[in-house]
Design a protein around this ligand. Structure first.
Ligand SMILES: [Zn+2]
Length: 143
């Protein structure tokens, strides 16, 4: 199982949980939320959310050379909030292609894109492999 380093940081977990909640998970009415986990020059992590576009599409912030300013992008993420059984929970072919074909997500510190669904969190690794990070509730919803 994959486990990106930034998931050991409680503030990152809180921010991912918030993104999941903001995407209004359920059988209908959800919308994808996403963002980047960035590493500051001093080594700490911060989460920057993407803005929501029209019609449920999300717009990635500019991220030239896998950086935003002097912060390194270590992980990108988005949610799959629709829990209906006819919806794909795992990363789609389009999701995988988006990671694989993005020339600005190619630096060695980039660990891949997390896809957060109701039951599981997946990781699209930079080489296009999909692996499971674990159970969503266990990883994010810690009291
Ligand atoms: Zn997706």
């Amino acid at each position: 199982m994959a486990h990106p380093t930034c998931l050991t940081d409680p503030s990152v977990l809180v921010a991912l949980w918030q993104a999941w909640q903001d995407s209004r998970p359920g059988a209908s009415g959800g919308h994808e939320e996403g963002g980047f986990v960035l590493r500051e020059p001093n080594g700490s992590f911060i989460v920057e959310r993407w803005s929501k576009g029209e019609q449920a599409t999300i717009i990635l912030s500019p991220h030239k050379d896998c950086r935003i300013g002097e912060r390194e992008i270590v992980v990108s993420f988005h949610t799959h909030p629709n829990t209906g059984s006819d919806y794909l929970q795992e990363p789609s072919e389009t999701d995988r292609r988006a990671v694989r074909d993005d020339p600005d997500l190619k630096d060695k510190f980039y660990e891949g894109e997390l896809v957060i669904s109701q039951k599981k969190i997946y990781l699209i690794e930079p080489d296009d492999q999909v692996s499971e990070v674990g159970n969503t509730q266990e990883i994010l919803a810690r009291d």
